[in-house]
Design a binder for this molecule. Structure first.
Ligand code: SAM
Length: 378
Protein backbone atom coordinates (compact mmCIF):
# COMPACT_ATOMS: atom_id res chain seq x y z
CA UNK A 1 0.00 0.00 0.00
CA UNK A 2 1.39 3.40 -0.93
CA UNK A 3 2.10 6.13 1.60
CA UNK A 4 -0.86 8.12 0.33
CA UNK A 5 -3.22 5.20 0.72
CA UNK A 6 -1.98 4.86 4.25
CA UNK A 7 -2.74 8.50 4.77
CA UNK A 8 -6.31 8.24 3.52
CA UNK A 9 -7.49 8.51 7.12
CA UNK A 10 -10.92 7.26 8.08
CA UNK A 11 -11.51 5.78 4.64
CA UNK A 12 -8.47 3.56 4.47
CA UNK A 13 -8.87 2.40 8.04
CA UNK A 14 -12.48 1.32 7.66
CA UNK A 15 -12.36 -0.24 4.21
CA UNK A 16 -11.82 -3.90 3.68
CA UNK A 17 -11.75 -4.07 -0.10
CA UNK A 18 -8.88 -2.85 -2.23
CA UNK A 19 -11.26 -0.89 -4.39
CA UNK A 20 -12.68 1.09 -1.53
CA UNK A 21 -9.13 1.84 -0.38
CA UNK A 22 -8.53 3.34 -3.80
CA UNK A 23 -11.57 5.52 -3.38
CA UNK A 24 -10.33 6.51 0.04
CA UNK A 25 -7.02 7.53 -1.43
CA UNK A 26 -8.83 9.49 -4.10
CA UNK A 27 -10.52 11.45 -1.34
CA UNK A 28 -7.15 13.14 -0.90
CA UNK A 29 -8.20 14.95 -4.10
CA UNK A 30 -4.96 16.56 -5.19
CA UNK A 31 -5.81 19.21 -7.66
CA UNK A 32 -2.57 20.90 -8.57
CA UNK A 33 -2.50 21.70 -12.26
CA UNK A 34 -0.87 18.43 -13.27
CA UNK A 35 -3.00 16.12 -11.24
CA UNK A 36 -6.44 17.48 -10.53
CA UNK A 37 -8.21 16.50 -13.70
CA UNK A 38 -7.14 12.87 -13.57
CA UNK A 39 -7.91 12.50 -9.90
CA UNK A 40 -11.20 14.32 -10.15
CA UNK A 41 -12.23 12.01 -12.96
CA UNK A 42 -11.19 8.97 -10.89
CA UNK A 43 -13.31 10.05 -8.00
CA UNK A 44 -16.37 10.61 -10.07
CA UNK A 45 -16.04 7.34 -12.01
CA UNK A 46 -15.40 5.27 -8.94
CA UNK A 47 -18.20 6.86 -7.00
CA UNK A 48 -20.61 6.23 -9.82
CA UNK A 49 -19.54 2.59 -10.02
CA UNK A 50 -19.63 2.06 -6.24
CA UNK A 51 -22.37 4.14 -4.71
CA UNK A 52 -22.86 1.69 -1.81
CA UNK A 53 -19.16 1.60 -0.97
CA UNK A 54 -18.95 5.37 -1.13
CA UNK A 55 -21.99 5.72 1.10
CA UNK A 56 -20.58 3.24 3.58
CA UNK A 57 -17.37 5.27 3.66
CA UNK A 58 -19.35 8.40 4.11
CA UNK A 59 -21.23 6.97 7.10
CA UNK A 60 -18.13 5.58 8.79
CA UNK A 61 -16.17 8.73 8.11
CA UNK A 62 -18.94 10.85 9.59
CA UNK A 63 -18.97 8.63 12.65
CA UNK A 64 -15.22 9.06 12.98
CA UNK A 65 -15.32 12.75 12.33
CA UNK A 66 -18.06 12.82 14.93
CA UNK A 67 -20.23 15.51 13.43
CA UNK A 68 -22.72 16.18 10.70
CA UNK A 69 -22.10 19.38 8.94
CA UNK A 70 -24.67 20.83 6.64
CA UNK A 71 -22.69 21.82 3.58
CA UNK A 72 -24.25 23.20 0.48
CA UNK A 73 -27.47 21.52 1.56
CA UNK A 74 -25.90 18.02 1.92
CA UNK A 75 -25.03 16.20 5.15
CA UNK A 76 -21.36 15.70 4.38
CA UNK A 77 -17.97 17.28 4.57
CA UNK A 78 -17.12 18.63 1.13
CA UNK A 79 -14.36 16.17 0.37
CA UNK A 80 -16.67 13.30 1.22
CA UNK A 81 -19.39 14.62 -1.00
CA UNK A 82 -16.97 14.85 -3.90
CA UNK A 83 -16.53 11.11 -3.90
CA UNK A 84 -20.22 10.31 -3.63
CA UNK A 85 -21.31 12.10 -6.75
CA UNK A 86 -20.77 15.22 -8.73
CA UNK A 87 -23.28 17.46 -6.97
CA UNK A 88 -25.83 19.57 -8.74
CA UNK A 89 -25.67 23.25 -7.88
CA UNK A 90 -27.16 23.69 -4.45
CA UNK A 91 -28.21 26.46 -2.19
CA UNK A 92 -26.32 26.75 1.08
CA UNK A 93 -28.05 26.43 4.42
CA UNK A 94 -25.68 29.12 5.74
CA UNK A 95 -27.15 32.40 6.81
CA UNK A 96 -25.58 34.73 4.32
CA UNK A 97 -24.61 38.21 5.42
CA UNK A 98 -25.36 40.85 2.84
CA UNK A 99 -22.84 43.42 1.62
CA UNK A 100 -19.87 41.45 2.92
CA UNK A 101 -16.54 40.47 1.41
CA UNK A 102 -15.49 37.01 2.62
CA UNK A 103 -11.76 36.28 2.29
CA UNK A 104 -11.69 32.54 1.72
CA UNK A 105 -8.56 30.34 1.83
CA UNK A 106 -8.59 27.34 -0.50
CA UNK A 107 -6.51 24.11 -0.40
CA UNK A 108 -2.84 24.13 -1.38
CA UNK A 109 -3.25 20.88 -3.27
CA UNK A 110 -5.52 18.56 -1.35
CA UNK A 111 -9.24 19.19 -1.72
CA UNK A 112 -9.92 17.58 1.63
CA UNK A 113 -8.25 20.61 3.23
CA UNK A 114 -11.10 22.96 2.40
CA UNK A 115 -12.78 23.83 5.68
CA UNK A 116 -16.50 23.19 6.05
CA UNK A 117 -16.98 26.92 6.60
CA UNK A 118 -15.01 27.84 3.47
CA UNK A 119 -17.03 25.35 1.39
CA UNK A 120 -20.25 26.64 2.84
CA UNK A 121 -19.30 30.24 2.16
CA UNK A 122 -18.37 29.50 -1.45
CA UNK A 123 -21.72 27.79 -1.91
CA UNK A 124 -23.63 30.61 -0.26
CA UNK A 125 -22.34 33.64 -2.17
CA UNK A 126 -23.50 34.66 -5.61
CA UNK A 127 -20.12 36.11 -6.58
CA UNK A 128 -16.63 34.68 -6.27
CA UNK A 129 -13.67 36.93 -7.13
CA UNK A 130 -10.78 34.68 -8.17
CA UNK A 131 -7.14 35.19 -9.12
CA UNK A 132 -7.56 32.79 -12.04
CA UNK A 133 -11.14 31.92 -12.86
CA UNK A 134 -10.03 28.83 -14.85
CA UNK A 135 -8.29 27.52 -11.76
CA UNK A 136 -11.18 28.22 -9.38
CA UNK A 137 -14.01 26.98 -11.63
CA UNK A 138 -13.23 23.25 -11.01
CA UNK A 139 -13.16 23.83 -7.24
CA UNK A 140 -16.58 25.49 -7.32
CA UNK A 141 -17.87 22.68 -9.50
CA UNK A 142 -16.64 20.08 -7.00
CA UNK A 143 -18.40 21.92 -4.22
CA UNK A 144 -21.58 22.32 -6.23
CA UNK A 145 -21.24 26.08 -5.82
CA UNK A 146 -23.09 28.11 -8.42
CA UNK A 147 -21.55 31.54 -7.79
CA UNK A 148 -20.49 33.66 -10.72
CA UNK A 149 -16.76 34.20 -11.13
CA UNK A 150 -15.11 37.61 -11.32
CA UNK A 151 -11.47 37.80 -12.49
CA UNK A 152 -9.36 39.56 -9.85
CA UNK A 153 -5.67 39.18 -10.74
CA UNK A 154 -2.72 41.49 -10.18
CA UNK A 155 -3.23 43.25 -13.54
CA UNK A 156 -6.87 44.23 -12.99
CA UNK A 157 -7.09 44.63 -9.22
CA UNK A 158 -8.38 48.23 -9.38
CA UNK A 159 -11.07 47.40 -11.90
CA UNK A 160 -12.00 44.22 -9.98
CA UNK A 161 -12.15 46.20 -6.74
CA UNK A 162 -14.57 48.71 -8.32
CA UNK A 163 -16.78 45.87 -9.53
CA UNK A 164 -16.79 44.22 -6.10
CA UNK A 165 -17.57 47.49 -4.31
CA UNK A 166 -20.45 48.05 -6.78
CA UNK A 167 -21.84 44.58 -5.92
CA UNK A 168 -21.52 45.25 -2.20
CA UNK A 169 -23.35 48.53 -2.71
CA UNK A 170 -26.25 46.50 -4.09
CA UNK A 171 -26.22 44.34 -0.95
CA UNK A 172 -24.50 41.33 -2.54
CA UNK A 173 -22.01 39.09 -0.70
CA UNK A 174 -18.74 38.33 -2.48
CA UNK A 175 -16.06 35.73 -1.71
CA UNK A 176 -12.43 36.46 -2.56
CA UNK A 177 -10.16 33.47 -3.32
CA UNK A 178 -6.70 33.07 -4.78
CA UNK A 179 -5.32 30.10 -6.73
CA UNK A 180 -4.36 28.30 -3.54
CA UNK A 181 -3.93 29.16 0.11
CA UNK A 182 -4.86 32.40 1.79
CA UNK A 183 -5.60 35.44 -0.39
CA UNK A 184 -3.27 38.36 0.28
CA UNK A 185 -0.29 36.18 1.31
CA UNK A 186 2.07 36.73 -1.66
CA UNK A 187 -1.11 36.82 -3.74
CA UNK A 188 -3.16 39.54 -5.32
CA UNK A 189 -6.06 40.54 -3.14
CA UNK A 190 -4.66 43.15 -0.77
CA UNK A 191 -5.78 46.04 -2.99
CA UNK A 192 -9.27 44.60 -3.23
CA UNK A 193 -9.48 44.24 0.53
CA UNK A 194 -8.17 47.80 0.95
CA UNK A 195 -10.73 49.20 -1.52
CA UNK A 196 -13.59 47.35 0.19
CA UNK A 197 -12.47 48.59 3.59
CA UNK A 198 -12.12 52.16 2.26
CA UNK A 199 -15.68 51.94 0.91
CA UNK A 200 -16.81 51.04 4.45
CA UNK A 201 -17.98 47.46 3.86
CA UNK A 202 -17.61 44.54 6.23
CA UNK A 203 -14.74 42.09 5.54
CA UNK A 204 -14.91 38.60 7.03
CA UNK A 205 -11.66 36.60 6.84
CA UNK A 206 -11.82 32.81 7.15
CA UNK A 207 -8.78 30.96 8.52
CA UNK A 208 -7.38 28.17 6.38
CA UNK A 209 -4.49 26.74 4.35
CA UNK A 210 -1.33 28.78 3.89
CA UNK A 211 1.91 27.28 2.51
CA UNK A 212 4.17 29.28 4.85
CA UNK A 213 2.31 28.24 8.00
CA UNK A 214 2.01 24.63 6.87
CA UNK A 215 5.78 24.48 6.26
CA UNK A 216 6.57 26.19 9.55
CA UNK A 217 4.46 23.67 11.44
CA UNK A 218 6.74 20.88 10.19
CA UNK A 219 10.05 22.79 10.27
CA UNK A 220 10.88 22.12 13.91
CA UNK A 221 13.32 25.02 14.09
CA UNK A 222 14.23 26.42 17.50
CA UNK A 223 13.44 30.05 16.64
CA UNK A 224 10.76 31.67 18.74
CA UNK A 225 9.90 34.09 15.91
CA UNK A 226 9.59 33.96 12.16
CA UNK A 227 9.83 36.59 9.46
CA UNK A 228 7.73 35.95 6.36
CA UNK A 229 9.40 37.44 3.30
CA UNK A 230 7.56 35.68 0.44
CA UNK A 231 9.24 35.78 -2.97
CA UNK A 232 12.80 37.11 -3.14
CA UNK A 233 13.78 39.28 -6.13
CA UNK A 234 14.33 37.28 -9.32
CA UNK A 235 17.75 38.83 -10.07
CA UNK A 236 20.69 37.56 -8.09
CA UNK A 237 22.19 40.98 -7.17
CA UNK A 238 18.90 42.23 -5.75
CA UNK A 239 18.26 38.88 -4.12
CA UNK A 240 21.60 38.96 -2.30
CA UNK A 241 21.06 42.54 -1.22
CA UNK A 242 17.64 41.60 0.16
CA UNK A 243 19.17 38.67 1.99
CA UNK A 244 21.87 40.84 3.51
CA UNK A 245 19.15 43.05 4.98
CA UNK A 246 17.63 39.96 6.67
CA UNK A 247 20.87 38.41 7.79
CA UNK A 248 20.88 39.64 11.38
CA UNK A 249 17.20 39.09 12.15
CA UNK A 250 16.75 36.91 15.25
CA UNK A 251 13.95 34.96 13.56
CA UNK A 252 13.47 32.08 11.13
CA UNK A 253 13.21 33.44 7.58
CA UNK A 254 10.39 32.15 5.38
CA UNK A 255 10.51 32.39 1.58
CA UNK A 256 8.40 31.23 -1.33
CA UNK A 257 10.27 30.10 -4.43
CA UNK A 258 9.53 28.84 -7.92
CA UNK A 259 11.20 25.66 -9.22
CA UNK A 260 13.26 27.36 -11.95
CA UNK A 261 15.02 29.56 -9.39
CA UNK A 262 15.36 27.09 -6.54
CA UNK A 263 19.06 26.24 -7.02
CA UNK A 264 20.16 29.84 -7.58
CA UNK A 265 18.20 31.01 -4.55
CA UNK A 266 19.57 28.30 -2.29
CA UNK A 267 23.11 29.19 -3.42
CA UNK A 268 22.49 32.85 -2.61
CA UNK A 269 21.00 31.94 0.76
CA UNK A 270 24.19 30.06 1.62
CA UNK A 271 26.50 32.82 0.49
CA UNK A 272 24.55 35.61 2.19
CA UNK A 273 23.54 33.88 5.42
CA UNK A 274 26.45 31.50 5.88
CA UNK A 275 26.66 27.77 5.28
CA UNK A 276 25.86 26.48 8.74
CA UNK A 277 22.31 27.62 9.37
CA UNK A 278 19.58 25.04 8.88
CA UNK A 279 17.48 25.20 5.74
CA UNK A 280 14.12 23.45 5.56
CA UNK A 281 12.97 22.75 2.01
CA UNK A 282 9.21 22.09 2.00
CA UNK A 283 8.09 20.98 -1.43
CA UNK A 284 4.65 20.15 -2.82
CA UNK A 285 2.98 20.40 0.57
CA UNK A 286 -0.24 18.40 0.89
CA UNK A 287 0.28 16.91 -2.58
CA UNK A 288 1.25 13.47 -3.83
CA UNK A 289 4.98 14.17 -3.88
CA UNK A 290 5.18 16.17 -0.68
CA UNK A 291 8.69 16.27 0.77
CA UNK A 292 10.23 18.12 3.70
CA UNK A 293 14.01 18.07 3.96
CA UNK A 294 16.26 19.82 6.48
CA UNK A 295 20.03 20.28 6.03
CA UNK A 296 22.77 22.88 6.57
CA UNK A 297 22.51 25.69 3.99
CA UNK A 298 25.92 24.77 2.60
CA UNK A 299 24.67 21.29 1.58
CA UNK A 300 21.32 22.31 0.14
CA UNK A 301 22.27 23.02 -3.50
CA UNK A 302 24.07 19.68 -3.83
CA UNK A 303 21.09 17.86 -2.27
CA UNK A 304 18.73 19.46 -4.79
CA UNK A 305 21.07 18.73 -7.69
CA UNK A 306 21.43 15.08 -6.72
CA UNK A 307 17.92 14.31 -8.03
CA UNK A 308 16.05 16.45 -10.60
CA UNK A 309 12.72 15.53 -8.98
CA UNK A 310 13.82 17.46 -5.91
CA UNK A 311 13.79 20.65 -7.99
CA UNK A 312 10.20 20.26 -9.18
CA UNK A 313 6.99 21.69 -7.81
CA UNK A 314 6.24 24.47 -5.36
CA UNK A 315 8.60 25.39 -2.55
CA UNK A 316 8.65 27.02 0.84
CA UNK A 317 12.19 27.63 2.14
CA UNK A 318 12.77 28.29 5.83
CA UNK A 319 16.18 29.29 7.18
CA UNK A 320 16.91 29.30 10.89
CA UNK A 321 17.59 32.72 12.37
CA UNK A 322 21.02 34.12 13.15
CA UNK A 323 22.64 31.95 15.86
CA UNK A 324 22.67 33.53 19.31
CA UNK A 325 26.49 33.69 19.48
CA UNK A 326 26.60 35.79 16.30
CA UNK A 327 23.90 38.25 17.26
CA UNK A 328 25.26 41.39 18.91
CA UNK A 329 28.78 41.14 17.47
CA UNK A 330 27.93 40.85 13.80
CA UNK A 331 25.41 43.64 13.93
CA UNK A 332 27.93 45.95 15.58
CA UNK A 333 30.78 44.96 13.25
CA UNK A 334 28.51 45.48 10.25
CA UNK A 335 27.66 48.95 11.45
CA UNK A 336 31.34 49.90 11.88
CA UNK A 337 32.24 48.40 8.50
CA UNK A 338 29.45 50.22 6.72
CA UNK A 339 30.48 53.53 8.26
CA UNK A 340 34.04 53.00 7.02
CA UNK A 341 32.89 52.01 3.55
CA UNK A 342 30.49 54.92 3.36
CA UNK A 343 33.42 57.19 4.21
CA UNK A 344 35.12 55.95 1.05
CA UNK A 345 37.69 53.52 2.48
CA UNK A 346 38.68 50.71 0.11
CA UNK A 347 37.21 47.31 1.00
CA UNK A 348 40.49 45.78 2.24
CA UNK A 349 41.29 48.66 4.56
CA UNK A 350 37.72 48.93 5.86
CA UNK A 351 37.66 45.18 6.61
CA UNK A 352 41.04 45.33 8.41
CA UNK A 353 39.99 48.28 10.55
CA UNK A 354 36.53 46.90 11.35
CA UNK A 355 38.07 43.54 12.32
CA UNK A 356 40.52 45.15 14.69
CA UNK A 357 37.86 47.42 16.23
CA UNK A 358 35.20 44.74 16.73
CA UNK A 359 36.96 41.37 16.81
CA UNK A 360 34.66 40.04 14.07
CA UNK A 361 36.05 37.53 11.56
CA UNK A 362 37.76 39.06 8.52
CA UNK A 363 36.11 36.58 6.15
CA UNK A 364 32.72 37.50 7.50
CA UNK A 365 33.48 41.22 7.18
CA UNK A 366 34.83 40.76 3.67
CA UNK A 367 31.59 39.09 2.62
CA UNK A 368 29.57 41.88 4.24
CA UNK A 369 31.70 44.50 2.48
CA UNK A 370 31.17 42.92 -0.96
CA UNK A 371 27.44 42.73 -0.37
CA UNK A 372 27.39 46.37 0.76
CA UNK A 373 29.30 47.42 -2.38
CA UNK A 374 26.94 45.45 -4.63
CA UNK A 375 23.93 46.98 -2.92
CA UNK A 376 25.43 50.50 -3.13
CA UNK A 377 26.06 50.17 -6.86
CA UNK A 378 22.64 48.66 -7.75
N1 SAM B 1 -1.42 32.63 -0.83
C1 SAM B 1 -0.66 31.42 -0.86
C2 SAM B 1 -0.49 30.92 0.58
O1 SAM B 1 -1.33 31.22 1.41
O2 SAM B 1 0.45 30.19 0.85
C3 SAM B 1 0.67 31.61 -1.56
C4 SAM B 1 0.53 32.05 -2.97
S1 SAM B 1 2.02 32.32 -3.81
C5 SAM B 1 1.44 33.07 -5.29
C6 SAM B 1 2.44 30.74 -4.40
C7 SAM B 1 3.69 30.20 -3.72
O3 SAM B 1 3.34 29.60 -2.48
C8 SAM B 1 4.37 29.10 -4.51
O4 SAM B 1 5.24 29.61 -5.50
C9 SAM B 1 5.13 28.37 -3.42
O5 SAM B 1 6.30 29.07 -3.10
C10 SAM B 1 4.14 28.47 -2.25
N2 SAM B 1 3.26 27.29 -2.27
C11 SAM B 1 1.98 27.24 -2.65
N3 SAM B 1 1.52 25.98 -2.55
C12 SAM B 1 2.55 25.24 -2.09
C13 SAM B 1 2.71 23.86 -1.78
N4 SAM B 1 1.72 23.01 -1.94
N5 SAM B 1 3.91 23.44 -1.31
C14 SAM B 1 4.93 24.30 -1.15
N6 SAM B 1 4.83 25.61 -1.44
C15 SAM B 1 3.67 26.07 -1.90
Amino acid sequence: MSRRQNEAGPFARTDASRRSTVIGAAAQAHFDKHQHLALAADQIDLAAANPEVALEQLKSALLQIGRRQILCGTSAAPHLRVIVSRPPHRKSAMKQESAVLYVVPTPLGNLADISPRAAETLCAVRWVAAEDTRHTAPLLKHLGAAGKLIAAHEHNENEAAEKIVALLTKGEAVALVSDAGTPGISDPGARIVAAVRAAGYHIIPLPGPCAAITALSAAGLPDAHFFFYGFLPAKSAQRRAALMSLRDLPAALVFYEAPHRIIATVEDLASALGETRTLVIARELTKLFESIHACPLGEAAAWLQADPHRQKGEFVLIVSGIPTHERGGVAEAKQVLELLLADGLPVKQAVRLAASITDASRNELYRLALAWKEHASS
